[in-house]
Design a protein around this ligand. Structure first.
Ligand code: 5GP
Length: 261
């Protein structure tokens, strides 16, 4: 597989063309942004951890029949993924109220929801990814009713699977964001999951202490983001080394593991 020109650079990832028109390379950067790009920094090792954690979760989702864009991880920072037409909606799934919903609706932080709540936000940085209703999606043709119904079914299965997976390693899945895309193959079109799933896109709290093991460590200036992401990777069985792996060690670890293969 030959890496071609840069097609797109986002806040946390870069997409490169390949010699296969249906596949692209996704590069995980160390950049962290929050509050619609108003807060920015670089956290060495974050991209490596997100690449590994996302690969682990998406591979597991494939095994339970959730089609997604991951083809394979190439190296410590890159994955080959399927090129899709992204549906311009962020699907937010909440099991416990925290973050924007608590401010927007005055709900007490940490309120456990009776059922998972799915919210829709328009993917538009200039507008600050505004919350929209399902009716907006249909009215403005961002997705069809059939596509939304399929996505909702997939989301609930993904949520069930991930709640169980994280519960098994002592982590509560509080909420997360997903994106989906249209994949054309053999004249047919289907909607697949087309997003990373990592502590950058999920809220993950330790089951006993409620310690935040996700990007809120950066958003809320809690510090120790790399040890928290490393803890998630270790609990999921991705990293087996000593606790509190530093960013530099994460980088070394990834290259050592790759050489062993
Ligand atoms: P909230 O709406 O409370 O800010 O976020 C809800 C969940 O969706 C959190 O897990 C958050 O990480 C995720 N999320 C929402 N928007 C984005 C986004 O633009 N980028 C990333 N990485 N995660 C997002």
């Amino acid at each position: 597989m030959k890496k071609g020109k840069k097609l797109y650079e986002g806040k946390a990832k870069i997409i490169y063309a390949t010699n296969d028109k249906n596949l692209v390379i996704q590069y995980f950067k160390d950049d962290a942004t929050a509050f619609n790009n108003q807060k920015k920094t670089t956290i060495e090792g974050k991209g490596v951890l997100n690449n590994r954690i996302s690969e682990h979760i998406l591979s597991n989702l494939s095994q339970i029949g959730i089609k997604n864009h991951l083809v394979k991880r190439l190296n410590m920072r890159e994955q080959i993924i399927k090129l899709v037409e992204i549906i311009p909606i962020e699907f937010i799934v909440r099991n416990v109220a925290t973050g924007s919903i608590t401010k927007r609706l005055g709900i007490e932080d940490g309120t456990v929801l009776k059922e998972p709540l799915i919210e829709y936000c328009l993917k538009d940085d200039k507008l600050g990814d505004p919350l929209i209703a399902e009716e907006h999606i249909i009215a403005f043709d961002w997705a069809s009713k059939n596509e939304i119904d399929k996505v909702k079914k997939m989301i609930l299965r993904i949520n069930d699977f991930m709640i169980g997976m994280f519960r098994g390693v002592g982590i509560k899945l509080i909420d997360f964001k997903l994106e989906f895309g249209r994949l054309k193959s053999n004249g047919k079109q289907e909607v697949i999951l087309a997003d990373e799933i990592s502590p950058d896109t999920c809220r993950l709290w330790d089951s006993i202490t409620d310690k935040k093991l996700d990007k809120d460590r950066f958003r809320k200036d809690l510090g120790d983001l790399i040890p928290a992401y490393t803890e998630v990777a270790k609990r999921l069985g991705i990293l087996h080394e000593q606790s509190n792996v530093s960013a530099v060690n994460v980088t070394k670890l990834s290259s050592v593991k790759r050489k062993k293969k």
